[in-house]
Design a protein around this ligand. Structure first.
Ligand code: BES
Ligand code: MN
Ligand code: ZN
Length: 470
């Protein structure tokens, strides 16, 4: 979609943003009020009004109280607009709204236009308009504020495509091929195949994928705008399908398990966004791709694997595979890149949603400054995080009588924090944060929306720019 800013024009229908505390535009007031429109956030009203002798369509969207119309709220309103059918060639009147908020609004329109019709033989007509003109007070300032947004929208769309693809269409090798085909100038893509992983000693990651006919692999994406020393490292969980392995999930818990690659998808999306906006940062994205399947070759509960770090792990539960895959990537990232910080992102545990719902991702960190930076960045971009504790007592829960550690704790209620505690054993003294994103990673059927959200792309791209600016 093409977004332009101008002081007037647009030959289609008029779309006006109205605030609940600013009064409605005089020309539309009576008609809008008759339909119960007050300007609250999320409200829309579609009107036909007389314009001289002709009838014109006018659409009003509510922004709520103007003081609450932050960039995050503006993006939500923009997404809402994209979902309204029958728009085309329209001009959207947002005069009076600050430039940065206008840009966020336009980003929302762009973001909300995402559809995934790849697997329909007869794709429905897209709802979103092909072009949008926004009527603003200062077109040049808005254009400048908006300049970075298409890169972000592209990264988010990529993350959604990667996570939404059916599991037979996005096995580890197919995911790696997708990354290889990117061809973005300056974005280096390297694929480590199963043989390379074995040579590197990634026994934990390999174990996760060994039940599948599709071999595991790792993709390394590098964006080195400042020379590449001590980059920020993003680590993504890319379990292309999580059946649970030999301890399979019940049907209704397995349906959605293609989204178990949402962390990896977010890492790729963020790297695309950074490269496309030519960000002045050094970042490396490392994603582990494996399919967790049961078969005669699958790992068994009780198996002991040797991780890349050399630490041994007793695999008590084949469905606690995410931490096995991530732990090898964390120690590999440290050894190879000496990163300034490690941030891993994963659909790691189901339990966290009973506390945080889909509104927050869980955050664990060994570094208060990194945790605070991430939390603030998340608030600013609408991808919120809530920090949870780590501690010695949790660490004791994953001691194994057989190996250095076990991949679950047997205490029924320890599943979420001990997963993070497990990862901590692989990060040494590198500043590290772990983002558990099962809740916000996809639309769990609410409000009729469907599919991956792309959660994490904005957050990771923004934290990279923030850390670089420090
Ligand atoms: N991919 C799942 C986490 C998950 C579960 C994401 C449900 C989305 C919805 C992860 O690999 C997993 O299976 N975790 C288990 C761990 C348990 C076996 C210790 C969980 O959280 O139930
Ligand atoms: Mn699992
Ligand atoms: Zn999983």
């Amino acid at each position: 979609m093409d977004v332009r800013f101008s002081t007037g024009g647009g030959d289609g229908i008029a779309v006006t943003l109205a605030f609940s505390d600013r009064g409605l535009p005089e020309t539309l007031k009576a008609a809008a009020e008759a339909r119960g429109f007050t300007g609250k956030a999320d409200e829309t009203v579609d009107l036909v009004v007389a314009d001289g002798a002709v009838a014109r369509r006018a659409l009003l969207i509510g922004g709520g109280p103007q003081a609450d119309f932050t960039p995050v709220a503006a993006t939500a309103a923009g997404r809402h607009l994209s979902a309204i059918a029958g728009l085309g060639g329209q001009a959207l009147d947002v005069r009076g709204v600050p430039d940065a908020v206008v840009a966020a609004f336009a980003f929302g329109v762009l973001d909300g236009a995402y559809r995934d019709d790849r697997y329909k033989t007869a794709p429905p007509t897209p709802l979103a308009p092909a072009a949008l003109t926004m009527i603003v007070d200062a077109p040049d300032a808005c254009t400048a504020d908006f300049a970075a947004m298409p890169a972000l929208a592209e990264g988010i769309a990529a993350a959604r495509d990667l996570a939404n693809a059916p599991p037979n269409r996005m096995t580890p090798p197919l995911f790696a091929d997708w990354c290889r085909a990117l061809a973005i100038p300056g974005l280096d893509v390297e694929v480590l195949d199963a043989e390379a992983l074995a040579a590197l000693g990634m026994g934990a990651l390999i174990g996760v994928g060994q039940g599948s006919a599709a071999p595991p692999c790792v993709v390394v994406l590098r964006w080195s705008a400042r020379g590449g020393e001590a980059p920020l490292a993003f680590i993504g969980k890319g379990v292309t399908f999580d059946s649970g392995g030999l301890l399979p999930k019940p049907a209704e818990e397995m349906w959605d398990m293609k989204y178990d690659r949402a962390g990896a998808a977010a890492v790729v999306g963020a790297m695309i966004a950074l490269a496309r906006r030519n960000a002045a940062v050094d970042a490396v994205g490392i994603i582990g791709l494996a399919e967790n399947m049961p078969s005669g070759a699958a790992q068994r509960p009780g198996d002991v694997v040797v991780s890349h770090s050399g630490q041994t792990i007793e695999v008590l539960h084949t469905d606690a595979e995410g931490r096995l895959l991530l732990c090898d990537l964390l120690s590999y990232a440290r050894a190879r890149f000496k990163p300034s910080a490690l941030i891993d992102i994963a659909t790691l545990t189901g339990g966290l949603t009973s506390v945080l719902t889909d509104q927050y991702a869980g955050l664990y960190a060994n570094d208060d400054a990194l945790a605070a930076s991430l939390t603030e960045t998340g608030e600013a971009c609408g991808e919120r995080l809530w920090r949870l504790p780590l501690g010695e007592a949790f660490d004791r829960m994953i001691d194994s009588p057989v190996a250095d550690m076990q991949n679950i704790c047997k205490v029924r209620w320890g599943g979420t924090v001990t997963a993070a505690q497990f990862l901590k054993r692989f990060v040494g003294d590198t500043p590290w944060a772990h983002l558990d994103i099962f809740g916000p990673a996809w639309n769990h059927g609410a409000k009729g929306r469907h599919g991956a959200t792309g959660y994490g792309v904005r957050l990771l791209a923004a934290i990279a720019e923030r850390q670089a600016a420090q």
